[in-house]
Design a protein around this ligand. Structure first.
Ligand code: ADP
Length: 162
């Protein structure tokens, strides 16, 4: 049987323990997981694409079956290029569902051969998003339950040293 590959696209600005949890879950189902930072000029990011790739690589300890990269354009097109059969997305709370469902259906229309696999994180990460992590740090709170010490440090440097 051919290798089963999944593409996990996202902003990862910054990567949280919720993202990492999902990547390891996906790796248990797929032979290879490609984690790809989506380059989207319409969105303002705190960290550059290169910084986000480096952070993901550090978090993932260079596991041979998990590759980190970036891409511009449609996820399904990049998935096809990588030989991936599926896209990984995360479902936390009910409000994610509507967005992820419409994204999945639109992607299905673009390429019916690529399926979307939604995974749920472990419970401590259900209410965790990169956006909220940035807000907590900006107002001086601790996010040690949500990101690695390395990433918390980078957030503090970026958000508090002005
Ligand atoms: P995007 O801009 O594509 O939403 P994110 O990095 O915010 O980028 O999220 C990428 C994917 O990871 C999305 O499907 C999102 O729902 C999922 N995700 C983000 N945080 C978590 C988490 N704590 N638990 C599970 N899934 C998550």
């Amino acid at each position: 049987m051919s290798e089963r590959i999944a593409l996990y696209p996202g902003s990862f600005d910054p990567p949280t323990l919720g993202h990492i949890d999902l990547i390891h879950r996906a790796r248990r189902i797929f032979d290879r997981v490609i984690v790809a930072v989506a380059i989207n000029e319409a969105k303002t990011a705190l960290f550059t694409v290169e910084e986000r790739i480096q952070m993901l690589e550090e978090e993932l300890n260079s596991s041979p079956d998990i590759v980190v990269t970036s891409f511009i354009g449609l996820s399904v097109e990049f998935a096809k290029k990588c030989g991936a059969q599926a896209l990984i997305r995360g479902l936390r709370v009910l409000s994610d569902f509507e967005f992820e469902l419409s994204l999945a259906i639109n992607n299905q229309k673009l390429d019916p051969t690529i399926d979307t696999v939604c995974l749920m994180p472990s419970e401590p990460y259900l209410f965790l998003s990169s956006r909220q992590v940035k807000e907590i740090v900006r107002f001086g709170g601790s996010v040690s339950h949500y990101v690695s010490p390395r990433i918390e440090q980078k957030l503090r440097e970026r958000l508090l040293s002005k």
